[in-house]
Design a protein around this ligand. Structure first.
Ligand code: PMP
Length: 773
């Protein structure tokens, strides 16, 4: 069967003749779009308008009768055209072997031509469609039980049959994969769904809206695709078109479904498969277009209509179906899908306390039990969604499907260690080195930031033969014995033993709280010279630095961005004294700062050793040390370096996927823009809230320092905790940091978006306004 029946070929004069001969109408005709039928707008001399429809000869008479019967049933809704009979009373007239109908004209602009589609308009589309669906409840006609490729009951067959015709191999693969996934997840549930007559084509050119106000739907047109099928196909098809090119497709889908559900309630199973049917409809559209294109090669209209689907389908396909289901359920006011009532959060807490060491802490007065993550969101056991403005480990987003797929696929094949040849290892090393300047060209992979810092210290010791280390005040570098020894945040904190004699603490280059402030153009160099003075003082005690280790932007130290010139000066002093410069970029790497892939880039230095951790595996344990060939050779002392899990094939696959996503989703540029807009929104807080002493940072690495008194800078730690707990209660996750625990830390997964920023700023503003001092 041809997918594209030959449409009738009347010209305007022919249409005018039909109008005169059959309906006694003196009218001017102009062609309207139509795929199978031929349609004309008729305008009479009195200015009345009608639509003349000349049916495709392949369309059975019974189907036209069914459409007319459906239109009669929908008439009370006032949004569908009415059939105008001939003066002789015929609803379907015949002429020249064609079947002709006259319909009333409905004013309005196609939704597809409206530039702005506010959510309330989409909700109204859903409501109107829900009314239409309710009106068709119980309506039936033998002609509706037809074999029709646009019927979603046949969707998988259509994809199987026509997807080989999709020219673009990436799109072809995607369509097959998506359809296969929908079938695997939803196939059995689909078989049980309730069915009815459905309009089956509420695409954005069949929905008319009032162009003069952006809230009302004036028409739902074209019953040409009417078929007996899944009731839920109705909203699914509307959603499939409403989400195209929408930056927030789930929100757009939720609006349509909310409206539909209000008028025609959907069941659990229907809501469960709805998003899958959205994907299936788009897959069918791609496949049908490919098939039609084969019959009408070079038909640009067919190709152009596919462009938004190509743009949107990959993003839609990467939304976990249960996240979509959850969003749609909540849009309908139903229980969330992620609810896990079997183990309540307080039970989890008790069981954990029984078997887990007591010095593991929990965030928030009311700790969050997480059951799912998706990009910049976390979900708790009740299905509540939290905006994650804190976690930088899921760098490219919680559960990013590309990282998940890469790691799972590699896990299925083999996961082994670096004593065997495997291409993932060198590929990751190459990809990483490509992001770093010369001469940082040799990589070691380990499992944690701590292991990486340990290794960096070992390399520095092997190279210099010295043990002494210079660290920054308030720094944290990891949880091993040696790293606690070089972390003032720990050895000077509760339970700490103070600095060992081989550890030397340089001042934190904090240009808000420290002796040299932001307004001082020499502040960076002054902090750098402090390192030089420390080295002089060490020399007096006959000690020489083996290494200077510092976070380029101290995070635990309070989201500090050192003033310009700091590292340049400090590194100069360290190198002059024969020390190795280690940059701990565990918190700041991979584009987070926006202006560079690494934070050290903005300080105009190249470290001797770079340490990477947290974001590198997007949560899969993966950390790295990158150094120069010279240092790597010096470290090759004859003692093997081996880490059982470090550089495992799966971790390398995950790391590669992370680097690819950062590049492909342009996340560094995104962080730069998002940071600038957040700072622009947050800086005025210093004027609005007395408590806010400083707003600082760059990219998606920001800090808000709270003080009780702007003159003495007395830290407002209790207030910071109150704010963070309030935000947690409001569904936003933040943390505090800094030596006085008074800095609000904003460091979200990189997909953090504009609407997230709006929410964060608004809630922060509110929380800061409420906190009593
Ligand atoms: N360095 C820095 C700067 C860190 O923030 C951390 C962890 N917070 C580490 C090292 C240690 O990393 P891990 O916890 O993966 O061992």
């Amino acid at each position: 069967m041809s997918v594209l029946e030959q449409a009738p070929r009347f010209d305007a004069a022919g249409a005018e003749r039909l109008a005169r001969d059959l309906y006694g109408l003196e009218a001017a005709a102009s062609p309207l779009p139509g795929e199978r039928d031929q349609n004309f707008l008729l305008t009479t001399v009195r200015g009345e308008r009608f639509v003349l429809k000349i049916a495709n000869p392949a369309e059975p008479l019974a189907l036209l009768e069914a459409q007319n019967a459906a239109l009669a049933r929908l008439e009370p809704l006032g949004i569908c055209p009415r059939v105008v009979p001939t003066p002789g009373g015929e609803a379907i007239a015949g002429a020249d072997g064609y079947r002709v109908r006259l319909l009333t004209w409905i004013h309005g602009a196609p939704l597809g031509a409206v530039a702005r589609r506010p959510r309330h308009l989409l909700e109204e589309v859903g409501r109107r469609l829900g009314q239409l669906s309710a009106a068709l409840d119980g309506f039936d006609h033998p002609a509706l039980h037809r074999r029709f490729p646009w019927d979603l009951q046949r969707g998988f067959d259509v994809v199987a049959r026509h997807s080989p015709l999709v020219a673009d191999p990436a799109l072809r693969e995607l369509v097959r994969r998506v359809a296969g996934y929908v079938r695997a997840r939803d196939g059995r549930r689909l078989a049980r769904l309730r069915r009815s007559a459905v309009h089956n084509d509420a695409n954005d050119y069949n929905v008319l809206v009032d162009p003069s106000d952006d809230g009302s739907v004036t028409g739902i047109l074209d019953l040409g695709d009417i078929v007996h099928s899944y009731v839920v196909a109705e909203p699914a098809i509307a959603v499939a078109y409403a989400v195209l090119d929408d930056a927030e497709p789930l929100e757009a889908a939720a609006a349509v479904v909310r409206g539909f559900h209000a008028m025609r309630p959907l069941g659990d199973d229907e809501l469960s498969v709805l998003f899958g049917l959205v994907l299936l409809r788009l897959c069918v559209s791609v496949c049908m277009a490919a098939a039609q294109l084969r019959e009408r090669p070079g038909d640009e209209y067919l190709a152009i209509s596919q462009a938004p689907i190509r743009r949107t389908l990959p993003a839609l396909a990467s939304i976990p179906p249960d996240v979509a289901e959850d969003t749609l359920r909540r849009a309908c006011g139903l229980d969330p899908r992620f609810a896990e009532p079997s183990v309540a959060a307080d039970v989890t807490r008790v069981r954990r306390a029984e078997r887990i060491g007591p010095n593991l802490s929990l965030a928030y007065a009311d700790p969050v039990k997480v059951t799912r993550g998706w990009m910049q969101y976390l979900f708790d056991e009740t299905g509540r969604r939290y905006l994650d403005a804190y976690n930088n480990v899921p760098h490219v987003g919680h559960a990013h499907p590309r990282v998940v797929a890469a790691a799972a696929e590699q896990m299925r094949r083999v996961n082994t260690n670096t004593r065997y040849l495997h291409d993932a290892l060198w590929r990751l090393a190459e990809a990483l080195c490509a992001t770093l300047p010369e001469p940082l060209r040799v990589c070691y992979f380990v499992n944690s930031g701590s292991e990486a810092n340990e290794l960096a210290l070992r390399i520095a010791r092997a190279v210099t033969g010295r043990r002494d280390v210079i660290v920054l005040d308030a720094a944290y570098h990891g949880n091993t014995t040696t790293l606690i020894d070089i972390s003032p945040y720990k050895f000077n904190g509760p339970g700490g033993d103070g600095a060992p004699d081989w550890v030397h603490v340089a001042p934190l280059p904090d240009d808000y709280r420290g002796p040299f402030v932001r307004a001082d153009p020499a502040a960076g160099r002054s902090y750098g010279h402090a390192v030089g003075r420390l080295i002089e003082a060490m020399a007096e005690r006959r000690r020489q630095p083996g290494a200077f280790i510092c976070e380029t932007c101290p995070s635990v130290g309070g989201q500090i961005v050192p003033p310009p010139g700091y590292l340049e000066t400090a590194y100069r002093h360290v190198r002059a004294a024969g020390g190795v410069c280690i940059a701990d970029e565990v918190q700041t790497a991979l584009g987070r700062m926006g202006d560079g892939f690494y934070a050290f880039e903005s300080q105009g230095v190249v470290p001797d050793i770079v340490v990477l951790g947290k974001p590198l595996g997007n949560g899969y344990p993966l950390a790295a040390v990158v150094t120069t060939r010279a240092l790597a050779h010096a470290f090759d002392t004859g003692m093997e370096f081996f880490s059982t899990f470090g550089g495992s094939t799966v971790s390398c696959a995950a790391g590669l996927a992370v680097l690819e996503v950062v590049r492909d989703e342009a996340l560094q540029a995104h962080a730069l823009r998002m940071g600038a807009r957040l700072l622009a929104d947050l800086r005025p807080f210093t004027a609005r809230h007395e408590l806010v002493g400083d707003v600082r940072g760059r990219g998606l690495f920001l800090g808000i320092e709270l003080v009780r008194d702007r003159a003495t800078l007395v830290p407002a730690a209790r207030e910071a905790a109150v704010v963070v707990n309030r935000l947690r209660d409001r569904g936003i996750l933040l943390g505090t940091d800094g030596p006085f625990h008074n800095v609000l830390k904003i460091r979200p997964p990189m997909p953090f978006a504009d609407h997230d920023a709006d929410r964060l700023v608004e809630e922060l503003d509110d929380a800061l306004g409420r906190v009593a001092r």
